[in-house]
Design a protein around this ligand. Structure first.
Ligand code: GSH
Length: 221
């Protein structure tokens, strides 16, 4: 019997679910996955999620009596089981936590203008000035980390919690195809090729067609 459950939303659209799922799988927690269809009515709009999760949002983790919500808290919970999910070096660990926290707290323009959709490409759309400013900051964060630790992932050779936090941004770049530096594109390729990221894409592709949300499939920008 599993030691708990991870509640996530429609994989095609739920960027935060993707982060939480990657973290839980990286830590190899033994949890059942509960996937709930996102209503598409905005954060907190799915009654089935509100009935289960303290903040009415996914991801939501229950494990060995612990109840964990907010993705940054799930990251830290997972790191308690596998310290190597953050860099061993204290200075690098502080850097990784800082960029993960910046992702958790920010980039709302990007999230609004280029929402996650793993099944489509919307090349050329979504390029609002505020979104492009977010992208510029993300490219700077990635370039600094890739240069400091040598890649191919942000903190070096291993896919870390910082990469899990930015993985949905990679998917947005693949979907919306903004203009990106060669460094960014090669990081995107490395993340997309990671086995867990690939599994998430495959699981998303297998979701029922009835789960598609017209609003997310037909962006206006
Ligand atoms: N700050 C939260 C954000 C979680 C979030 O916004 N999740 C969205 C899905 S990506 C959600 O649960 N939406 C519920 C709904 O659409 O009803 C976290 O870090 O986990």
């Amino acid at each position: 019997m599993a030691e708990g459950r991870l509640v996530i939303g429609t994989r095609r659209y739920s960027s935060w679910s993707m982060r939480g799922w990657l973290m839980v799988r990286m830590a190899a927690l033994d949890v059942e996955e509960v996937v709930l269809r996102l209503a598409g009515a905005g954060a907190g709009g799915t009654p089935e999620i509100a009935a289960i999760s303290p903040n009415a949002l996914v991801p939501y983790l229950e494990h060995r009596g612990a109840r964990v919500w907010e993705t940054i808290a799930i990251a830290e919970y997972c790191a308690e089981f596998h310290a190597d999910l953050w860099p061993r070096n204290r200075t690098a660990r502080a850097h990784a936590r800082s960029i993960a926290a910046e992702m958790h707290a920010g980039f709302r323009a990007l999230r609004g203008a280029m929402p996650m959709n793993l099944g489509r490409t919307f090349a050329g759309l979504g390029r609002t000035p505020a979104c492009l400013a977010d992208i510029a900051r993300i490219e700077a964060i990635w370039a600094e980390a890739l240069s400091a630790y040598g890649g191919p992932f942000l903190m070096g050779t291993e896919f870390s919690l910082a990469d899990a936090m930015f993985a949905p941004v990679v998917t947005r770049f693949l979907t919306w195809q903004p203009e990106l530096s060669a460094t960014t594109r090669s990081y995107c390729d490395a993340v997309r090729a990671h086995a867990l990221v690939d599994q998430w894409y495959r699981d998303a592709a297998a979701e029922p067609a009835e789960w598609l949300v017209p609003h997310y499939e037909n962006p206006q920008t």
